[in-house]
Each structure stands twice: as structure tokens, then as C-alpha cells.
Design a protein around this ligand. Sequence first.
Ligand code: IFM
Length: 441
Amino acid sequence: MVTYHFPKGFLWGTATASHQVEGNNKNNQWWKWEQEGRCIGTSGLACDWWGGRWREDFDRAAEGGQNAHRMSVEWSRIQPAPDRWDEDALERYRAMLRGLHERGITPMVTLHHFTDPLWVEERGGWENEETILLFEKFVRKTVEALKGYCALWCTVNEPNGYALNGYAASVVGFPPGKKNTRIALNVIANLIRGHAAAYRAIHEIQREARVGFALYYRSFIPYRAWSPLDQWAAKNIFNGVNAGFPSALATGVMKTPLGNYQIPEAKGTQDYFGFNYYTRDFVTFDLTKPATLFGRNFFRKDAEISEGRFLANEPEGMFEGLKWVTRLFPNLPILVTENGVEDSTDKLRPRFMAEHIHQMWRAVNFNWPVKGYFHWSLVDNFEWERGWTQRFGLWELDTETQKRTKRPSADLYAAICKENGLSSEMVEKWCPEVMGKLFPE
Ligand code: IFM
């Protein structure tokens, strides 16, 4: 048997987000969006974590050998109105974080994961520069309250996903459903300013804190590798999706294909790089696509596509992305803050997981400082504009009964976490079809 081991102390966990798991999260812009019928289904009771079912799910994580968990807190619960803090909500989050520690699980807390309180949205949300200060106040209050239980913070989850899905010309599905790329870029710039303010505030409050954000990284490669036009189009989309936020943290300038934003206060404001990776696209030049900077993107023809056609299984894109991060931020620790696949029948997930973890192991062997991996997700949860049609959980959720049923890949992941590595025996047992690829003779 051969085992690909990871360094001692490697973090193995799952990731979740408040609105997707808590249930009855009624005071934010997503709940309103759902009630207006602007997306598929509603979050409803979700996984009922607010009702206390986090306990049983954290038990599942602990039994599965996980030593870390990435969760988020809900701004609209902690600050339901501009002049009101809800101490009970903070106490409930403290109980959850205590619950993680009691189970030997290190918490990582995300402070903004796609949702804004309604009262923030009513003031223009992240289009309005005043939100930067409001966010900083919320972060100060929250970190002050939770600092005894958490030292690993993620300021903003997927700011690029939040802005492009909610505001850009080419994509729809997220509130507020605007279609204006310039506004989307302004929103990203304000999120960067909010992140920078939060970074400094957290360090003021907690010396030992490690603070970063999580990027939605998507791999884009030219369809015809030899074509300068496809190369140009791929580079445009790549930079448009991936590069804005990181460039500001690297240089103090947010570089975008439509111009630069000077944000000097953002330079150097991260202690690790949070890397969310799901898939890769081919890009070809297309004059009819000005909204996507003349690039048309699509999955590789012979790629394995997920159940809902949302993702292609492209593990090499993860390796290439990790390389890109190390070139941009040499020696900065990297956490894979999300990776996973929608797959209700668990046909693809075991090999998807094994192949991605194998690529991460390759990266570690180049001495790239990858320090942890959080699988998305622990239990099926509310998938935003896709509602409940996509199932990312290691555990299946029946939303009618709240019953959880373990999927086979939960056992594979438990074996990986407990071994701190991926072995040929695991691959032979859970996904023998990729044996030759991952463990060549
Ligand atoms: O569910 C989301 C998560 O909230 C952000 N990253 C992608 C996941 C899967 O779609």
C-alpha cells in the first residue's frame, strides 16, 4: 500500500455558511430574494442549525476525523438593526464555537458570506462606501465577542462571486440582480476596503489572529492553445474573475480589465490565502460576447460533468491555481477553503475528492505552503440561486424530515482525515476507476 501523506498539523475540515445551514434567516437580502420567487425554492429551515442541529452535525464531523470546521456568522442576526446588537445571537455562536472545541475541532469563522442585513441593503449595500464602516463596526463587535473561541478569521467569502453574480452584466441569479459591470467592480473595490478595515480591526483586538479572505478561483485556459485571440480572451476572463481582489492585496492597486482602482490600504492585509476551487473552463474568442470581454467559456468536451452540469471535474486546475497563488504571494500560507461537487447520488464525488486531494498533495510536495483543506460541504445545504437542486453534502439532507443519511464519500473523507493522507487502499475501495491515474504501477 502506498500513502500520500500530508504534513503534521494539516487542517482537514468541511465548510458551511450561516444562511445555507441555519434556517429561518429572515432579516437579510437573500431571504427577501427567495420570498419574491427570484430563485429556485427557499432556504426555509435549511439544516436547522439555529434550532440546535449543529450539535449532531458537529458530532458527524468529529466522528469523521475532521480537526477543523469553517462556518460563518450572520451579520443580520448579530446586528438586526443599525442601533441594536443581539447578545443572544452572539451567545448562540459562542455555544457553537465551544461545541467545536469540545469535539477537538479548530474553528474558522467567516464574517461575510454573501448575506447582508436588510437595513444594509436598503442603504445601498456594498455599492455604498458607508458600508465599509458599518462592516468594520460589526466585525469589531463580533470578534470582541468570539475571540475566546476563534483565532482564524475569513473576512469575506468569494467577493468576486458575490459581486459578479449580483451585479455584472453577464451573470444573473444573486440579489440585487443588477447588470452593470462597472457597479460590480465598484462593489469589489468596496469589499476590498471593507476587508482591509476588518483585517486591521481584528488584529487590534486579537494579537494572535490569522486573517484572510476566500477567493472563488476558477481556472480558464485558451480553447486553442496556439491561438493569440483565444489566449487574449482567456486572460481577460481569468483576470476579470480571479485577479482583482488578490492584486489589491499584493500591490495596493486593484487591477481589472476595465481599469485600475487605487486601494493602498489593502496592501499586505492577509495572513493566509483562502482558495476556493471547483472547476475549469475553456475560453474562445467571440466577438458577440462583449460582456465577458469577448471570451466564451465552456467545459472541455470530454470532461466529466456534474449532475446539474454546474461543474467539470478538472483537478489539474487546482494545482495550477495553487501555483498561481504561490507566484503572487511567495511563502504565504494557503488554505483550500472550499472544494467539492454537487452529486446527490455520490457517483462522482469519491473520485472528485481523491483527485483534488491528490493534486493538493502534489502542490505540498513542491513545498507550496498549503496548510489545510475544507470540503464543501458537511451536509446538503441551501445552494443560493440553485436552491435545493444541488447537493454538495458528505451527508444527504431530507429537508422534509431533517433526516441525514451518510454518503459513501463521507467514509472516504473520514479515512483521509484520520490518516492525514490518501492511500492506494482508499482509492481501491472508494474509486478504483482512478487507481491507475493516482497510483500508477
Ligand atoms: O455553496 C457555495 C458557497 O456558498 C460558496 N462557494 C461555492 C459553493 C457551491 O456552490
